[in-house]
Ligand binder design. Structure first.
Ligand SMILES: O=c1[nH]cnc2c1ncn2[C@@H]1O[C@H](CO)[C@@H](O)[C@H]1O
Ligand SMILES: [Zn+2]
Length: 366
């Protein structure tokens, strides 16, 4: 269906956005990294010029390998080790997302990576929550209100997932919405962390799992059928279970059918997938096929710094290179809100009072 609305960058910029998959340590402003490195005496940066540093992250993350992509995080994590640093980074994250038109965001990070300065896991979480509270207050005062929820990530190569899951449950009424595992996927299947996932299910808590990014269907299958993930981080390789029949009609295998039937949300991040080699181009990115097949697709940034991106940019790329309409953007935004780790009534409130009126004002058909 073609849309009546011509999607210029200014319209996409104004559209309300919901973001489920954004890493706090993958979204720092280059200037902030430079400042924090100077203040703390971290001398490992490849350059102290903010513009060059932004470009360095982009180039280094563009390797075609998830493992090399992840190496760039050593610099951001290095300058997120004190309470002040964490507050600043979280505050700026909320402000940057709000300025990008994001009205609801889930921001994730791994508390276990922020202990080198002597903070406890609890102190780390509290500093990030404080930064998000400040950022949300300032964004509201500036007329761009945003709701930010924090997800706690455990690193899949490490062995602290049960502890981090307990931390997520402990802070669930103070702004933590759920749990995630991230890091190198090959060799670290989600079932390594079954104990954490079983604990979370017993606690009626929410979690998502990075799966089907650098590794294929077995990882997605384990994440859903063994671990019980509510959502999939990326999940892009689910297309390996979809074949195009002789008549050109896509045929879903049992796992793909299950994911679609159960409305399992896919947290897809097109630019990130190009960098890690999980997809070849925006035009050919599986997100458009999956949208057309009505999977519960959502659009995400993953790491704004490493991909030099924003929600506006990801959406505009899909419009320009894969033919997405404003109705498609509205649909993906409502999908994200329906899939948010937020109580049902609060999700509805944002859908009915923010997302739908926002898209209607831009001329989108309901
Ligand atoms: O796309 C991704 N796939 C897997 N792991 C990731 C991705 N992006 C970031 N991280 C990992 O998650 C940690 C906590 O935020 C980051 O430090 C990074 O190692
Ligand atoms: Zn991610």
């Amino acid at each position: 269906m073609s849309s009546a609305v011509a999607l210029t960058p200014s319209i996409v910029a104004r559209a309300p956005k919901a973001l489920l998959h954004d890493h706090l340590d993958g979204g720092l402003r280059p200037q902030t990294i430079v400042d924090l490195a100077a203040e703390s005496g971290y001398d490992g940066l490849p350059t102290t010029d903010a513009v060059e540093l932004g470009q360095w992250f982009l180039d280094s993350a563009d390797s075609g390998s998830l493992v090399r992509y992840l190496e760039t995080f050593s610099h951001t994590v290095a300058v997120m080790q004190t309470r002040e640093q964490l507050v600043r980074v979280a505050r700026e994250c909320a402000l940057d997302l709000a300025a990008d038109g994001v009205v609801y965001a889930e921001s994730r990070f791994a508390p276990e990576q922020h202990l080198a300065g002597g903070l406890s896991l609890e102190h780390v979480v509290e500093a990030v929550l404080e930064g998000f509270a400040q950022g949300q207050q300032e964004a509201a005062a500036a007329g761009t209100p945003i709701r930010v929820v924090t997800l706690l990530t455990a690193m899949r190569h490490a062995a602290r997932s049960r502890e981090i899951a307990e931390l997520a449950v402990r802070y669930r009424d103070q702004g933590v919405g759920g749990f995630d595992i991230a890091g190198a996927e090959a060799g670290f299947p989600p079932t390594r962390h079954l104990d954490a996932f079983e604990y979370l299910r017993r606690e009626n808590a929410h979690f998502t799992i990075h799966a089907g990014e650098a590794f294929g269907l077995p990882s997605i299958w384990e994440a859903i059928q063994w671990c019980g993930a509510d959502r999939l981080g990326h999940g892009v390789r689910i297309v390996d279970d979809i074949e195009t029949g002789a008549d050109g009609i896509p045929v879903l295998g049992r796992l793909a059918a299950y994911v679609r039937d159960m409305r399992i949300p896919l947290e897809m991040a097109p630019s990130s997938n190009l960098q890690t080699g999980a997809a070849e181009s925006i035009a050919a990115h599986p997100i458009t096929l999956l949208k057309n097949l009505r999977f519960r697709v959502t659009i995400n940034t993953d790491n704004r710094l490493m991909s030099g991106t924003s929600m506006t940019r990801e959406m505009q790329l899909l419009v320009d290179e894969a033919g997405w309409t404003i109705e498609d953007l509205r649909w993906a935004t409502i999908n994200a809100m329906k899939s948010a780790f937020l109580p049902f009534d609060e999700r509805l409130e944002i859908i009915e009072h923010v997302v739908k009126p926002g898209y209607a004002a831009l001329g989108a058909r309901a």
